[in-house]
Design a protein around this ligand. Structure first.
Ligand SMILES: NC(=O)c1ccc[n+]([C@@H]2O[C@H](COP(=O)([O-])OP(=O)(O)OC[C@H]3O[C@@H](n4cnc5c(N)ncnc54)[C@H](OP(=O)(O)O)[C@@H]3O)[C@@H](O)[C@H]2O)c1
Length: 315
């Protein structure tokens, strides 16, 4: 099968479309023919070696985590899926599997059905970005109606899903983004939008129940004065100092600092699928490329020139 692969860490020039053996489903796995993948910042962070301390993908590595497709074959013991069924999911790319490929074989707990009315493009955009937003706001912060939340990176893939989810919960949403995206974030439903290029949100005269630093644009120390006494700060870039801050926050206050790492499972995917089917999550698709266009698209993403998601048409 064709796949976008790399053999060593580096810039986008290490990516190449190559022929690899088609993965076969093991016990408890389904083999899927991928129709659409989507790119995330973690793809270029893994490829560049920026995350080498977290894990090194088995070589040849296949880039990409998120995909939508069709069940092509069932491994032994799989009863809850049928050949031909539309599904989406998220690959653990450290094991030599990846989404920018014609086929993938995965355990069923990393897959969920695509509901009627949800396109493959939308489904492929959901797992990492919207999954992060949902897990952060609903599961970790326990955001409730009437609470206040500030979201950095509100125009990005994670942040835009977070704005939509927070609005659907009934929270008062403040979004932080760049000048060009102010109208977009307002249209998503944020009651207040702050342009990080011209305004300094840590200087606001407001305190929040939740600060979701989706852009990992600041630190707990800077955000803390803007947190309510029992407020929570969640950052998507789990650097060592965040774990230190998480400990310190617990010692002297009811505030919390949480370094976030996404954990995907079938249940999370099913919740995302429902939110997409209900029109709560509406990813903005910047561009759709083919497998040969993945390297250029990753470069654009790395340069901060992508608004929302890049999809990869595989089939
Ligand atoms: N830890 C995890 O498990 C996990 C999971 C998912 C994502 N992430 C990480 O989360 C981050 C966001 O991912 P994404 O897919 O949403 O990326 P993205 O689509 O590129 O969005 C990044 C956003 O950050 C905004 N931004 C840049 N500088 C900012 C600043 N100083 N203040 C506020 N906003 C700023 C940009 O806004 P403008 O374009 O409007 O300027 C952009 O929309 C990435 O670093 C990703 O690796 C981590």
């Amino acid at each position: 099968m064709q796949a976008v692969t790399y053999e060593r860490f580096g810039g986008v020039s290490v990516l190449a479309v190559r022929e690899l053996p088609t993965p076969q489903p093991g016990r408890g796995e389904v083999q899927m023919r991928i129709t659409m993948a989507s790119l995330n910042p973690v793809d270029f962070k893994l490829r560049s070696g920026m995350l080498r301390l977290v894990g090194r993908p088995k070589r040849p590595a296949i880039t990409g985590k998120d995909f939508a497709g069709v069940v092509a074959a069932l491994g032994s013991g799989v009863r809850n899926y049928a050949v031909g069924q539309r599904v989406f999911g998220s690959v653990d790319p450290l094991g030599g599997r990846g989404a920018c490929a014609r086929f993938v074989a995965l355990a069923t707990d990393l897959v969920a059905p695509i509901p009627e009315g949800v396109s493959d493009e939308i489904a492929a955009c959901l797992p990492v970005a919207a999954g992060t937003a949902l897990q952060v706001l609903a599961d970790i912060a326990g955001l409730r109606s009437g609470q206040s939340v500030l979201i950095t990176g509100a125009s990005g893939a994670v942040g835009s899903a977070a704005v939509r989810i927070a609005c659907s919960i009934g929270a008062q949403v403040t979004g932080v983004c760049g000048t060009a995206n102010i109208d977009y974030v307002r249209e998503l439903g944020a009651g207040r939008v702050i342009d990080y290029r011209t305004e300094n949100w840590p200087a606001l005269d407001q305190q929040f129940d939740v600060i979701f630093d989706a852009a990992a644009a600041t630190s707990f120390a800077i955000a803390r004065p803007r947190l309510k006494p029992a407020g929570i700060y969640i950052n998507t870039m789990p650097r060592p100092e965040l774990y230190r801050d998480a400990l310190l926050a617990r010692l002297g206050s009811r505030q919390r600092c949480v370094p976030f790492l996404l954990k995907t499972d079938s249940e999370l995917l099913r919740r995302l699928a429902r939110l997409a089917a209900d029109g709560v999550i509406v990813p903005h698709i910047d561009e759709i490329v083919d497998l040969a266009g993945v390297a250029a698209a990753q470069q654009r993403m790395e340069d901060g020139r992508v608004h929302g998601k890049v999809c990869v048409r595989v089939d």
